[in-house]
Structure formats: structure tokens, C-alpha cells
Design a protein around this ligand. Structure first.
Ligand code: ADP
Ligand code: MG
Length: 936
């Protein structure tokens, strides 16, 4: 005897008043029926029994989950009432099975209503007859097997096969079950027959990275996760980098499921590493130098005359020599930061750039407290040059002072912050300033002659003497580095420099020397200190190395972006589709029941999801640079002006908005809507970066891109551009975020806040418009994103700020629109709405039949056609029609740029374009305006 079945359904079935159904009270049920009901109530898999010719429905707990919102109303109902939609099919099924046959449906799609709302599911359905005591079929036993997982896996496998390089996996944390795709096996190095377990994967992960992966990170509170970690590949033990992007899904019965993609990102990681090392080497060289160093770019006026230069790179020692904060110099024009310096420097640098010959010179800069500098300038390439310099003010002063009088020299020498000493022509030291004595704790008498040698570190004495002797021998500049003993016995590194002072007749009268403490700056690498001669070469070499590394990194990132796209799209679309399908299902059900209450709400829900899906495809297309753009000559200033209100509302009260527009801003050529949306996106990013307020500046300017800058921006033409720069005073981005900010789906924002598509869309838009964009950002200070759009020169009228929509006049009698569209639903919708508004409509479902109508004498005022059509495409239909109707107005509807030439020259006169999906009133408005002679 089986135990009495328990569970919710068992109680419900027992308590149900069966006497009101054709089955009659439970006590009177035939044994067969009782036994079968017992059987299904005991079963764990979803099962139902349909009893009698009408198929009265009795089901178990498993089936209840599938019944979703229909439970418990359908218990004891006729099957055709319980599931009214496929009523005919269900009736046929009952007939067939009660006739003694077995039926089997594979992978049927059902939408289930679970706690979290509607959810797609796929099921195998088995129907088999249950016979009564006489052996005649009296009921149908229905067994439901969920195949969703298998199907999803298959979909993912297909996806992975199509997109190459992306492994997919599904993991069930509760049971540890793991399904992996062939590509996944390849990435991790597993053969096709290995039973892969999560344990095996964990064992391959580099122990350092274990905390970054593993089950602990995965839960419902954190449903989307991204991790990068190292593994030892199973087949060859090679160290590889893997990126994993996954999402947690709750499977039927509350079981957790983790779906994810795995990508091998070793290439990118290596490229990043290469960039890091070469950057570090470059920086190291740059920052450890004693000498001031900067790289500058000449700025030319319209007639190509150099008028200024800009600091491109500046090293920290710059500050030591000039007293100006080195960091604040980068990107600045010299005119603005060191007024008056140009007069001395520009002619020299212009000459260096022009002739390519390095120059060594001395210059006194009034703006820098009249300091003297000795400098060497060298061409880097194009208008770019590098300058190495030191402050020689002390030396200059001493030279002058000495020439005037010994007394003035001494007082001056006492006031400088360095050790100063003097020697006779024989090299014997005979004077020291107080600093030397204070430092060494010795008096001048002890140090005199060669007494000073006793405070030089024993290891440095030999070289020091050698250098000093050499300088004395030929009267050349003396320079050496040595450790000098302080009064407390500590040795500190110093650099000693000395120059001979000559009398009128060229005889050496004195030697004047200085020692400067370089202990703090003296790095582990000693060689760097003596770089001066080879420095420029090294900088050039390392710059090239860095550029190569960056190039490799970009390439590998591009490959990876493809992988991220696939994973991201699958995730986002699943969610959106769920919203659409689920809502429509409810609507269908309500309508089936003759109810219209609340239907609106679900329709709006579906609309909202569909609109979000549309926006998503739009952004994706923007990134892939395939969106249909409608570029027009455009003045950016009025457009930005018209956005001011919107921008203010977007950024809120705590952020100040400044709109700084250049006078005489050139025209550009681009899609005005896209530009608006780009600026709006940048403003939103800026707002997000300034949670506690700040300042947002939108600035326009004309910009010339020279050959070299163009080469650096990559695939960009040199020439005139219109620049729109959006600057915030927010958090800024660290370099690794800047590097990846344009990647699709790259976001640092919490789930639900960021899509990671804003900047990738902007990138795609500018590139597709033959421009480019740039990020400059400093953590803690803020960010500037600049859009560069090419200058446009034309006689054509220029689009002003967002056009004010004319009030559409009434429809004229008899206006006829020919709708050519192969998608039945779209065509029906469009025709319906046009008719509702009083237009006459004609329809065609492909190119040739559309053309046939156009060649007939029918009145046609507007051809409204899809572009991708069977037979002839929309553009061909339009051209064909022009043969007999030269003034025919045409409005194309398109989902994406089927024709690569769409952006330029696709539209002829009297032709316009509307992008799918469009809101219905958008279409109607457009049609009205066109028929009233406004093609804009
Ligand atoms: P999303 O805004 O959806 O995250 P975006 O592509 O617009 O996607 O931006 C990508 C990432 O770039 C952001 O998540 C953020 O980390 C960074 N970012 C973009 N703009 C700014 C900004 N103005 N200041 C700081 N970080 C920014
Ligand atoms: Mg954004």
C-alpha cells in the first residue's frame, strides 16, 4: 500500500467538491481513476490526468508550477476550458489518445508564471491512454518534461560556435553539475570526452586568483558578475588569462543556475602588461632624470607660422628647475603659463623643428625670477621637439659676481642653498661657504687643499680625483657624483659641478664649484643619472615601443569586445524578450477570456520592453557603425543652445552648467539626433561622476588636426574639425578605465545603473561621421570627452536647432499612399493607422508587385516602402517609379543600413528616411509633413 500522497495538490484534490463535475463524488470513482490519481499525486515530475471524453483535469504539484497563474482555477475543469488557446489542438489530442494512441510533442514553448513573473520554458509533452476496467481508454495521462535547460544549452552552443573563441558553460551550484561547450573545453584545454567538474576548474585556477572566482562570489544578490583570472590550461599546463562573465538565474524549483561565457584574454593581458612595462620604463627614465625635461608641440597660425608651443609631456624635475608645478603644465600653451618666455624660446624651437638640427643654448627667463637655463633642444618628429635643461642661475650669478668683486661673490655664495667652493688654478681648494662646513662638521682650514677628500666616500675617491684632474688638465667643466660624509657619519649622494673662471687673456683664474644633494633622487639605477647624451634617443625609442604596445593592446581589445557583445546581448535580450512575451501572453489570455480590464497595463509593459529592446539594437548598431545615419549640414551652437534646458534638467540643481560656444564655429556634417543623444549621454556620465555636485562645461571650438595628430588618433584624416568638448569636475577615471571606456558593455556602475553602451555608441557615431573622440581624465579632478566632427563647407542650407514641428494640416481628400512592406504585421499596422486618419492606401508585399502598381495609372501621392524587400529592394522600386512618376515622394522605412551607401547620396530629391522601430505617431507626422511638401 503506498503512503497517502502528501503535498498541496494532494490536499486540494481531496478537498475538492468533485460531485459538481462529471466525475461525481470521489467515493464513487472507479478504482482505475483513484489509482491513477494516486500515482500522479505521488510523482515528482509534472503530471496530469484528463479523465472522460471532456478530459477533466487533475494534476500534481509539479504540474502546478507549469500551470502558473491558472492554478488553482483549472482543477476539475474540462481540458479545453483550462487551456483555451490551442482548443482545437487539444480536442484533437483527446480524440486521438482516447482512441488508444500515444502522442508525443517535443520542445513545446510555454510561458510560465512564477514568482518573478512570466518566464519562457520549453517542454516535452507525452500523452498516453489510461484504460478502464474493461480495457477501454477512459483518460489521458500527461507527462511533462522540461527541456528548457537543454535547449538553452544548445542555443548557447550554437552561439559559441558562431562567434568563435567564446566558451559557454552552465553550472548548478546546488548540485555541482556543470555543462560546458566545446569551445569552453578548447579554452581550458579539456579533451572532448573529459567529464569536466567545477572542482577540476578550481584546481586549474592560479591560487593567487582564487579569491576572484569561485562559488563564494555567486549569489542572487549579485546576479551579474565579471572576473578575470589566470589558469594553468589542462592539456599543456600553459598559463592563460580567462575572463568570465556570468549571470545567476533561478531555475524551476528555486534551484540556482549560473550561466556564463568564458573568453581567453591572454592576448589582451599580455598586451596590457607590455604597455605597462614600456610605460613604466619610459616613465622611469623620465621621472628619475635630474635634468628638467619636456616635450613640446609647436602651434601654428592660419598661415603656418609658429606662434606658440604646448607642453605635451613634462617631468617632475621640471619643477625643481623652474619652480612651476610640473603637472599643471601638461597640455598648456606656453603663452598662458610662462608669459614672456616665448620671445626667447620660440625662434630656437622653430629652427630646430625646421632644420632637424639639435641646438644648445642659454636663456634667461624674466617670468621665472630672471633665472638662467642651459638647454638642449632636439627634434622628435613633425612639429614635436624635446628639451633637456638645467637651472644655471647660481653659476651665472657667481660668474658675474666674481667678475665684479670677490666680496660680492662671497656674500652671494653664502646665500645659495648649495655647497659652494672655490679653488685656485692648481686645483687646491681654498674657500668654502658655511653650508659645506655645517654639513661636514669641519672648518674651512681642515677642508682646504685636498683635505676635502677625507669626507668623500672611500669607494668614490678614485673616480672623483680622476675627474677633477681631468678637468684641471684641459680646463673643461668638472662634473662627478660622490657620497659626502655628513657630520653624523651618514653619507649622502651629491653631484659636484665646477667651471673655470678665466681672465681677459683666457688664463684660468679660479675654479668655482657647487655640490648639490641628490640623495633623494638618486635611484637604484645609477646609469640614469648619466643619461644626458643618449637621452633623446632613448625617449624616441621608448616612445615608439610604447606606441607599438598600445597598438597591440587595441587589437586584442577589439577581439575581446566581440566576445563581450555576445554575452551581453544574450543577457539583455533575454530579459527584454521575457517582458514582451510574458505581457503579450497575459493579454492574449485575458482577451481569450473576454476580459479587457487591465489589458492596457500589460500592453504598456510590453511596449516599454520593446522600446528598450529597440534602443538597445540602436546602440549596438551605433557601435558596429551600421546605424542608418541621416547626416545633414549642421551648426552645433544652436543645437546645443536648444538642448540647454534639457541638459539642466538632466544634471540637476547641484551641478552648474556652462555653455561656451565659439564665435564663427564652422559647420559640420552629421546626424543631428545622434549628436544630441551623444551630448546627452556625456552629460549623464558627467552627472554620474559628480554625485555631490560640480560644474559641467560644454564647449565648442574649431580645431585643426595636423598629419601627426591624425596619425596618432588612428584612421583619422588631418584637416579642420568642429570640436564639442564636455568637461566635468567629477571623479575622473584611472588610466585603465579610460582605456576601456569605449568598449561596449564596459561599465563601472552598479547593475541597473549602467549599460556600458553610452561611450561605445558615441565612439561609433563619431567614427561613422568621419570624426573621432577623445577622453582626457584625471582621477579626482575630472574628465573631458571631446567629439571631433569634420568641418563641412557647402552652399546647402544649414539645419538650425531642433526644427519646430509645423502643425500638420488636415488630410486632403483622396491622398493615396502605397505601402510596400514584406512583413505582414508591419504592413497591416501601417495601413491600419493611415486609413484611420483618412488616407487611401494601396499595398504590396514585394518589390516587383509594388512597381507594378506604380506603373499603373492609380493615383499615388506617396510611396512608403521598406528597403529590404524580396525581388527588388526599396531603392530600386523608387528609381523604377521615378521613370513614370518623376515627382513621386518617397519615404523609406528601414531597420538598419542594408546599403552601405545609405549615409551618403542614398537619398535623392523628394526622398526621406524613417528608422524602424518608429512610434506610430512619428510615422504619421512624417507622412503628413511630406505630403505637405516638407521633406525634412
Ligand atoms: P555607462 O555610463 O553605462 O557605465 P558608458 O559607456 O557611458 O557606460 O561609460 C563607461 C564607463 O566609463 C562608466 O561606467 C565610467 O566608469 C566611465 N566614465 C564615463 N564617463 C565618465 C565621466 N565623465 N567621469 C568618470 N567616469 C566616466
Ligand atoms: Mg553612460
Amino acid at each position: 500500500m503506498p503512503a497517502r500522497p502528501s503535498g498541496e495538490m494532494a490536499s486540494l484534490v481531496r478537498a475538492f467538491d468533485w460531485s459538481r463535475t462529471v466525475l461525481g463524488p470521489m467515493e464513487s470513482w472507479p478504482d482505475r481513476l483513484k489509482a491513477t490519481v494516486d500515482l500522479i499525486l505521488h510523482a515528482r515530475i509534472p503530471m496530469a490526468l484528463l479523465w472522460g471524453a471532456d478530459g477533466v483535469l487533475i494534476y500534481n504539484d509539479g504540474y502546478r508550477a507549469i500551470a502558473g497563474g491558472r492554478h488553482p482555477a483549472i482543477l476539475g475543469k474540462k481540458f479545453s476550458d483550462a487551456w483555451p488557446e490551442p482548443a482545437r489542438l487539444n480536442a484533437q489530442m483527446l480524440d486521438v489518445v482516447l482512441g488508444g494512441q500515444v502522442l508525443h510533442y517535443r520542445d513545446q514553448h510555454l510561458v510560465l508564471h512564477r514568482e518573478h513573473g512570466p518566464e519562457d520554458g520549453w517542454f516535452d509533452l507525452d500523452y498516453s491512454p489510461v484504460v478502464d476496467a474493461q480495457g477501454v481508454p477512459a483518460g489521458v495521462l500527461m507527462v511533462v518534461t522540461e527541456t528548457t535547460d537543454t535547449l538553452r544549452t544548445e542555443q548557447r552552443l550554437r552561439m559559441a560556435q558562431e562567434s568563435g573563441g567564446i566558451g559557454t558553460f552552465e553550472w548548478y551550484p546546488d548540485t555541482g553539475r556543470l555543462d560546458v561547450s566545446p569551445e569552453f573545453r578548447k579554452i581550458w584545454g579539456f579533451g572532448p570526452h573529459v567529464q569536466v567538474t567545477d572542482r577540476m576548474l578550481m584546481d586549474l585556477v592560479d591560487p593567487i586568483d582564487l579569491p576572484r572566482t569561485g562559488p563564494a562570489r555567486i549569489d542572487q544578490a549579485n546576479p551579474l558578475e565579471y572576473a578575470e583570472y589566470r589558469i594553468r590550461r589542462a592539456d599543456d599546463g600553459e598559463l592563460r588569462w580567462i575572463a568570465r562573465r556570468g549571470e545567476v538565474i533561478t531555475a524551476p524549483g528555486g534551484q540556482l543556475r549560473f550561466l556564463g561565457v568564458s573568453i581567453d584574454i591572454t592576448d589582451r593581458k599580455q598586451a596590457e602588461e607590455a604597455v605597462r612595462t614600456s610605460e613604466a620604463r619610459w616613465r622611469g627614465l623620465f621621472e628619475q632624470m635630474q635634468e628638467g625635461f619636456y616635450i613640446g608641440d609647436l602651434i601654428r597660425d592660419a598661415s603656418d607660422m609658429p606662434v606658440d608651443f604646448r607642453f605635451v609631456e613634462v617631468n617632475p624635475a621640471f619643477e625643481v628647475h623652474t619652480g612651476l608645478p610640473w603637472h599643471a603644465m601638461i597640455g598648456k600653451r606656453v603663452r598662458d603659463v610662462i608669459p614672456g618666455a616665448l620671445e626667447h624660446l620660440l625662434p630656437i624651437f622653430a629652427r630646430v623643428v625646421e632644420t632637424g638640427t639639435p641646438e644648445q643654448f642659454e636663456a634667461q627667463i624674466p617670468a621665472l625670477e630672471d633665472r638662467w637655463f642651459e638647454a638642449r633642444a632636439r627634434l622628435v618628429g613633425g612639429d614635436r621637439f624635446a628639451v633637456l635643461f638645467i637651472d644655471i642661475t647660481t653659476r651665472k650669478l657667481i660668474e658675474t659676481a666674481l667678475a665684479e668683486s670677490e666680496a660680492r661673490f662671497r656674500s652671494l655664495a653664502q646665500s645659495v642653498p648649495n655647497h659652494v667652493w672655490a679653488a685656485g688654478p692648481d686645483g687646491r681648494l681654498d674657500w668654502f661657504n658655511d653650508r659645506v662646513c655645517r654639513y661636514s662638521g669641519m672648518d674651512a682650514a681642515t677642508l682646504s687643499g685636498d683635505g676635502w677628500e677625507s669626507i668623500v666616500h672611500p669607494e668614490d675617491q678614485a673616480t672623483t680625483t680622476l675627474h677633477w684632474k681631468a678637468a684641471l688638465a684641459d680646463g673643461s667643466a668638472y662634473q662627478t657624483e660622490f657620497r659626502l660624509r655628513r657630520h653624523d657619519g651618514v653619507y649622502r649622494w651629491h653631484i659636484a659641478r665646477a667651471l673655470p673662471i678665466r681672465s681677459e687673456d683666457g688664463q684660468i683664474r679660479r675654479w668655482i664649484g657647487t655640490n648639490t644633494d641628490i640623495d633623494d633622487r638618486k635611484s637604484t639605477s645609477d646609469a640614469l643619472a648619466r643619461l644626458a647624451e643618449t637621452l633623446e634617443e632613448r625617449v624616441a625609442e621608448r616612445t615608439a615601443e610604447l606606441t607599438r604596445a598600445h597598438e597591440a593592446l587595441r587589437q586584442s581589445q577589439k577581439m575581446e569586445a566581440v566576445g563581450q557583445l555576445t554575452g551581453g546581448i544574450a543577457h539583455d535580450f533575454n530579459n527584454l524578450l521575457q517582458g514582451i512575451v510574458g505581457s503579450l501572453d497575459i493579454v492574449q489570455r485575458r482577451l481569450g477570456q473576454g476580459r479587457v480590464d487591465d489589458v492596457d497595463r500589460f500592453v504598456s509593459g510590453a511596449m516599454a520592453s520593446a522600446n528598450r529592446a529597440a534602443a538597445l539594437t540602436h546602440r549596438l548598431l551605433a557601435f558596429s557603425r551600421r546605424q542608418p545615419l541621416d547626416p545633414k549640414p549642421l551648426r552645433a551652437n544652436p543645437l546645443l543652445g536648444s538642448m540647454e534646458d534639457l541638459l539642466r534638467r538632466t544634471i540637476g540643481m547641484s551641478i552648474d552648467l556652462a555653455l561656451v560656444t565659439a564665435n564663427d564655429l564652422w559647420e559640420t556634417l552629421c546626424d543631428a539626433n545622434q549628436l544630441e543623444s551623444a551630448v546627452l549621454n556625456l552629460a549623464i556620465n558627467a552627472r554620474d561622476a559628480m554625485p555631490s555636485g560640480g560644474r559641467l562645461m560644454v564647449e565648442t571650438s574649431n580645431a585643426w588636426l595636423d598629419e601627426e595628430e591624425a596619425a596618432r588618433a588612428g584612421e583619422v584624416r588631418p584637416g579642420p574639425y568642429v570640436c564639442i568638448a564636455v568637461t566635468d569636475t567629477g571623479t575622473g577615471m584611472p588610466p585603465d578605465v579610460v582605456e576601456r571606456a569605449f568598449d561596449p558593455f564596459f561599465t563601472t556602475k552598479p547593475i541597473g545603473k549602467g549599460t556600458g553602451l553610452g561611450l561605445s555608441m558615441i565612439y561609433g557615431f563619431t567614427r561613422q561621421s568621419d570624426g573621432f573622440c577623445r577622453i582626457r581624465s584625471e582621477p579626482g579632478r575630472g574628465t573631458t570627452v571631446s567629439l571631433y566632427l569634420p568641418r563641412h563647407q557647402s552652399a546647402a542650407p544649414v539645419e538650425e536647432a531642433a526644427p519646430v514641428r509645423p502643425v500638420a494640416p488636415e488630410v486632403e481628400d483622396g491622398w493615396t499612399v502605397l505601402v510596400v512592406e514584406d512583413d505582414l504585421t508591419v504592413r497591416a499596422l501601417v495601413v491600419e493607422i493611415l486609413q484611420e486618419l483618412g488616407y487611401r492606401t494601396l499595398e504590396a508585399s514585394d518589390g516587383p508587385s509594388g512597381l507594378q502598381i506604380l506603373e499603373s495609372p492609380e493615383r499615388i501621392d506617396l510611396l512608403l516602402t521598406d528597403i529590404g524587400l524580396p525581388g527588388l529592394n526599396g531603392r530600386q522600386v523608387a528609381s523604377g517609379a521615378r521613370a513614370c512618376r518623376p515627382d513621386l515622394k518617397v519615404l523609406f522605412m528601414t531597420g538598419y543600413a542594408e546599403n552601405a551607401a545609405l549615409a551618403n547620396g542614398f537619398l535623392g530629391p523628394n526622398m526621406a528616411l524613417i528608422t524602424k522601430p518608429f512610434p506610430m505617431d512619428g510615422l504619421v507626422d512624417r507622412v503628413r509633413r511630406i505630403l505637405n511638401g516638407n521633406m525634412e
